[in-house]
Structure formats: structure tokens, C-alpha cells
Design a protein around this ligand. Sequence first.
Ligand SMILES: NC(=O)c1ccc[n+]([C@@H]2O[C@H](COP(=O)([O-])OP(=O)(O)OC[C@H]3O[C@@H](n4cnc5c(N)ncnc54)[C@H](OP(=O)(O)O)[C@@H]3O)[C@@H](O)[C@H]2O)c1
Length: 281
Amino acid sequence: MRVTIVGCGYVGEALARLLGAQPQSHLTLTTTREQRRAELESLGNRVLVLKASDAPALQQALESADAAVLCMAPGGDRQVDAGVYAATYRSSITTVLELLPELPQLKQIVYTSSCGVYGDAAGGWVDECSPVVPRDAHAEVLVESERLLAQARSDQRRVCVLRLGAIYGPGRDLSRRFQALAGTTRPGDGQNHSHWIHRDDVAGAMAAALAGAWDQTVNVVDDQPWRVADLLDRICAAEELPPVHWSGPSADAPSLPDRRISNRRLHSLGYPLLHPTAHYG
Ligand SMILES: NC(=O)c1ccc[n+]([C@@H]2O[C@H](COP(=O)([O-])OP(=O)(O)OC[C@H]3O[C@@H](n4cnc5c(N)ncnc54)[C@H](OP(=O)(O)O)[C@@H]3O)[C@@H](O)[C@H]2O)c1
């Protein structure tokens, strides 16, 4: 299978390693930075330096692909403002849509969205059939991107949207990320649920989507939603650090959506999680 990975960053690289180990895969990988070319060349057959909003460059990347995996992101795991977010996702997906008439061989698009599209459910369960309720400008961009990309679906072309939980793994481990909060007082009560997925399960689910020709939206989260306060308690205890304190519910505390996100569809599609619960030690 000829696959183009648009935005070969943290999870794109993991997917490239997985697919590269399969015989007969032909990989085109993209980055926005010339200085990453050398490291990516060892993972794929072709590396292109481009922004996905550059139509001629993107066409070159996709012109012989059977499948495109869109996992571009602005800023890695750093938060960027909603304008930059919109510029990356909206312009990239709009460009893909414009190019589709020239890409009759492209049979599948896999896109990494986020569970951030779900709104509050007072701690109840939500699944892929639940309404999306963007709570901020970032989530609005994600919802709009999913809606735009749905236009690419046809009798000849499948579209799979993977709604990812927060990604952790090598280089992005949970302990290091949260240690700085030890001993501090945080707003709210920390009782809302967080959802995690290991990088290798993101790559595994993307590979399964390609191999299984998935044509739907699938939540990609592990089996255990964590209340934020519980997770931080465990991390601080494991690292022998003072616990995080919570200021308690108040009008000033940000009201975060609380819902538990079901991964039943991921399981029913036969994907076996490598990391069913987040490692924090
Ligand atoms: N991180 C999370 O916890 C999380 C949670 C939910 C969903 N997601 C989604 O998961 C996907 C992958 O995330 P990641 O952590 O692997 O991101 P990442 O490490 O930041 O990689 C992003 C890749 O996109 C490339 N890129 C940036 N702007 C681009 C543009 N305009 N056009 C084309 N490529 C562009 C980057 O180029 P360079 O190689 O030059 O850096 C990089 O290769 C993203 O779609 C993200 O929204 C992530």
C-alpha cells in the first residue's frame, strides 16, 4: 500500500515505523522543516518538506497515494492560539478537498481529530454518536475540520476520523508533564475525567484503520478515564512529591466539561490496546 503521512511528527513517526516494517509498503512522509528531512529519510521512501495548504506541494505528496494519513498539528503538545490552529487545520483540509478531483487513486483518508470535540455530560459516558459541543475556539476548529473532511467521503473513498485522547509516551511521559504541579493549589476540584492514549496505540489504531479500511469516526482512548485529581495524586505519590491541592468548586474556577469517553467501537473493530491504562510511573 502507498501511504502518505502528512505531518510526520510524534505520532506520524510512530506510524511510519510500524508501516515501514510491513513488506510492500511505500511511504511518503512530510514535514514543514528542511532540518527534519534527514531523520525522516530513514523511515520512508520519500520525504517532502511542505505545508499542507501549499496545493502544488500537497498534490505531489498525494498523487500516487492509495491512502493519506492527516496528522498535522501546530506546535506539538504545546497550546497555540486558535488562529494558528484554524490556519493549520482548516487550510490543510480545504486544500485536500480542492485536490481530490485530481486524486482518483486516493481510496482512504485517515485524520487524527481529538476527543476535545465532546461537551459536558455531567460525568456520564459519551460515544461517537453523542453530539459534539465545542467548548472553545480550538474545539470549534476541530469540529469544523471533521465536518469539512466528511465531504471527501464517496463510494470510492473512505474517510476515517480518529478522535484521540491526550497522547503520552516516550518523550511525553505523564510524570514529567505533571511533576511541576506537585505541592501547588489548582482551581476547581479536579473531579473531571481525563482521557489518555499511548503513542504506540495511536499508531496502532491508525495502522488498523488503514488495514481494515475503516470508514467512520472512532474514539481512540484507553480503557480507563482518570479523574484529574486521582491521576495527579498517583503521580505525586509515585514520585514521592507533595500532593496537589484543589481550591474547590467556585465561580472563578474554569468549568471544564466532564464526560467519560467510550472506546467500545475501537474494541469492536478488533483493535487490541497495547496500553489499556495510562502509565504514570
Ligand atoms: N498531542 C495530543 O495530545 C493530541 C491529542 C488529540 C489529538 N491530537 C492530534 O494528533 C495529531 C498528531 O499530533 P502529534 O502530537 O504527533 O503532533 P506533532 O508532533 O506536533 O507533529 C505535527 C506534524 O505536523 C506538521 N505540521 C505542522 N503544521 C503543518 C502544516 N501547516 N502542514 C503540514 N504539516 C504541518 C509538523 O511539521 P514539523 O515536522 O515541521 O514539525 C509535524 O510533522 C494531530 O492531528 C493532533 O491534533 C494530538
